[in-house]
Design a binder for this molecule. Structure first.
Ligand code: NAD
Length: 249
């Protein structure tokens, strides 16, 4: 039987679609109430309905994560948050170094690094007060092995690894556990937007375990890190990636 998340309240950023929706719905199935955030209000409302269909409460925050003051005020008004999943993200769009403008670079770091940093800052007062909390940052295999066509994305995800390890040290005193999940290639809106179907099929054929991970494979890792079974795991990176990327010690 899956481990329960009953009596827990989780916030997932970027949960209006893609893997964020899958993380939110799986945690609701396991008993958690949810705060659903996304810049796309329609998507966030749809996810909230899916959460409610499992009998759980859903509160929606619709704003750009780059608008730190609006986002922070909305989080403060949203009530208790025991679990934060820093998931909101934008893709690297198969860009070479020369194709990355200052605006594209800034957006990448603002959504992933600044977004993760200040979403975490927003939930810390409550977690510190309760001396309990789980923070799960979404990184990528590209933070582990690099990328030939998205170095700006790999750099932003590598920064998230640094935050994960640093916060695991800094926040242990308050029993706040901080880990990262680093997905392999998953077919979502993000990857379909920049990879033609034949590229996706070619890459799928090369997966050592025979197929791509699905969003739910990533959600299982997220829900496990959110539950009490992993209360003594902090500062770690779990990478469901169908065996494509394996890093050493
Ligand atoms: P997705 O595009 O389906 O979902 C990303 C969500 O983030 C969207 O709902 C989007 O609206 C939201 N978002 C983007 N910018 C935002 C902003 N400024 N403010 C608020 N919300 C914003 O993509 P996905 O594939 O589900 O990606 C989810 C996470 O997983 C991302 O962090 C991504 O980098 C990471 N990831 C994806 C893959 C993959 O292969 N798909 C692999 C590794 C890591």
């Amino acid at each position: 039987m899956a481990v329960s998340l009953e009596n827990r309240r989780a916030m997932v950023t970027g949960a209006g679609g893609g893997m964020g929706r899958s993380h939110a719905v799986l945690m609701a199935e396991r008993g958690a109430d949810l705060v659903i955030h996304d810049v796309k209000e329609d998507g966030a409302l749809e996810t909230a309905e899916m959460v409610r269909s499992h009998g759980r409460d859903a509160h929606v925050i619709a704003c750009d994560i780059r608008d730190v003051s609006t986002f922070t005020a909305a989080v403060a008004a949203a009530g208790r948050i025991d679990i934060l999943v820093n998931n909101a993200g934008v893709g690297g769009a198969r860009r070479r170094v020369e194709d990355v403008t200052v605006d594209i670079f800034d957006q990448m770091f603002e959504v992933h690094v600044r977004g993760t940093f200040f979403a975490t800052q927003a939930v810390l007062p409550g977690m510190k007060e309760r001396k309990d909390g789980k923070i799960i940052n979404i990184s990528s295999i590209y933070a582990m092995g690099g990328s030939d066509l998205a170095s700006h994305y790999a750099a932003a995800k590598s920064a998230i690894s640094g935050l994960t390890k640093s916060w695991a040290r800094e926040l242990a005193e308050w029993r706040i556990k901080v880990n990262a999940v680093a997905p392999g290639f998953i077919v979502t809106g993000m990857t379909q937007a920049s990879n033609p179907p034949e590229k996706i099929a070619e890459r799928a054929a090369g997966m050592p375990l025979g197929k791509f991970c699905e969003p739910m494979d990533i959600s299982y890792a997220v829900a496990w890190l959110a539950c009490s079974e992993t209360d003594l795991i902090s500062g770690q990176v779990i990478s469901p990636n169908s065996g494509e990327v394996i890093v050493g010690y």
